[in-house]
Structure formats: structure tokens, C-alpha cells
Design a protein. Structure first.
Length: 235
């Protein structure tokens, strides 16, 4: 499998090329292009989330723990006394960081359900939904965010598969075929859950009119100034 340095470097290059192309055709401005570049890089690290020793998974759960603590602060202050706010923040972090991460590792194995094209689509859909609903971004921006996360994810899978080929000896390593696959049959409950979640979430996805205009080479300009919707509501 490719190293962390290779994954992050190639994901940065590929997502940078894609983001710069959108900037060049005036589909997005330079600031939003940088955001999409970062999302592509993030997607390029996601498939290693099921590795107990990977850097991305530690970063992810640390970020989730900090996010949970921040939500606890927002929800409890100023209704609770200061000691209660601190206790809620600590409890939120401990619930997400050690407990959820431990449960996640017990339910997943490396190069399992998260090393599949189905997982790439699932992560792309999740990014689109998060951007559109909780964050209130526009439909086009949300779809672009999901596309870059999904694209970076697939770049990671392709790299791992390439590293499964011994080009010097023109032979295949034992890991060949485990890096990129449509779905994981060994963890069929996890694959089935992802399929159900992807299918069920489609009704909550933003409209695709902006994406269709972009694909049709019509002028579509999305900038950081118009990043958020006016009402933050679903269409």
C-alpha cells in the first residue's frame, strides 16, 4: 500500500488540478477553489479511517471530539454554571474520542468496507448533505464539495491498487484486489448499511440544476461571497 506521504501528495496534486480547472473556467472563485482543494485532500486520506494506527483516523476523531465539546459549550452556556459547562465539554469529548473510536475499530477492519467504491459514494453523499443542511451552503457548492471528497477517496484507492503491482517482476502482490472494489462482501452488513443509507439519503440531497448547468458549460459562478443560501432551508 502507498504511504501517508504518497497519498497526501497525490491527492493534493489531483484535487489541485481539478480545483484550478474550475477556477480557470470561472465556475468558482479562487477562494472556493482552495476550499475544494482541501476537501479533495481530505477525501484522499479518508479510506485509511479503518486503520487503527493511521494518522487520518486520529486526526478525524480528535476533530470530532473537539466539535462535540464545542457543541456542548454552545448548548449549555449560559444556562449551566461554569463547572457544569466544563463537565459537559469533557463528557462530550470523551464520548466521541475514545468510546466511539473504539467501537468503530471493533466493527471495521482495514481494507474492508471503507476500501470500496461504495464507501467513496457514501462519503461523497455525506459531505454533500452536511454542507447543504447543517452548514447551509448552496446546492452547487454542496455537490462540488461531495464530488471532491469522493474523487480524493477514489484516488487513494487507485494508489493502493497500483502499489499492489510489482512492476519490476511483473507480478501481483497478495494484496491485489483488496484496495479497490465495488463493495465489501466480507463485511456484507456494513456494505448493506451503506447502500441503504445512500439510497435513503437521496431524497434529502440538494437539487442538481446548478450541476447540470455547469456540465453544460453554461456560466455558473460560485464564490465565497455567495457560499451560503439565504434561507438555509431545503428546496
Amino acid at each position: 500500500m502507498a504511504s501517508f506521504t504518497v497519498h497526501s501528495g497525490v491527492a493534493a496534486i489531483v484535487s489541485g488540478l481539478a480545483a484550478s480547472a474550475l477556477v480557470a473556467v470561472k465556475a468558482v472563485d479562487i477562494q472556493l477553489g482552495l476550499l475544494l482543494w482541501a476537501l479533495g485532500l481530505f477525501g484522499g486520506l479518508l479510506p485509511d479511517i479503518d486503520s487503527d494506527t493511521s494518522k487520518p483516523v486520529n486526526w478525524l476523531f480528535n476533530a470530532l471530539g473537539v466539535g462535540a465539546s464545542t457543541l456542548a459549550l454552545v448548548w449549555t452556556y449560559p444556562l449551566w454554571p461554569l463547572w457544569g459547562v466544563w463537565l459537559a465539554m469533557a463528557a462530550a469529548f470523551l464520548l466521541v474520542r475514545p468510546l466511539v473510536m473504539t467501537a468503530f475499530f471493533r466493527l471495521t477492519v482495514h481494507r474492508g468496507v471503507f476500501h470500496s467504491l461504495l464507501a467513496a459514494v457514501f462519503c461523497g453523499f455525506t459531505a454533500t448533505l452536511v454542507c447543504f443542511h447543517p452548514l447551509g451552503l448552496t446546492a452547487l457548492t454542496s455537490w462540488l464539495a461531495g464530488a471532491f471528497v469522493c474523487g480524493g477517496f477514489i484516488v487513494h484507492l487507485l494508489l493502493d491498487e497500483l502499489y499492489s503491482v510489482d512492476f519490476n517482476g511483473l507480478s501481483l502482490k497478495a494484496s491485489f484486489g483488496t484496495a479497490i472494489k465495488p463493495l465489501s462482501l466480507k463485511n456484507w452488513p456494513g456494505s448493506l448499511a451503506m447502500i441503504v443509507l445512500c439510497a435513503g439519503s437521496w431524497q434529502w440531497m440538494p437539487d442538481t440544476q446548478g450541476v447540470q448547468r455547469l456540465a453544460g458549460n453554461l456560466p455558473v459562478v460560485t464564490s465565497m461571497k455567495s457560499l451560503f443560501r439565504d434561507d438555509h432551508s431545503s428546496p
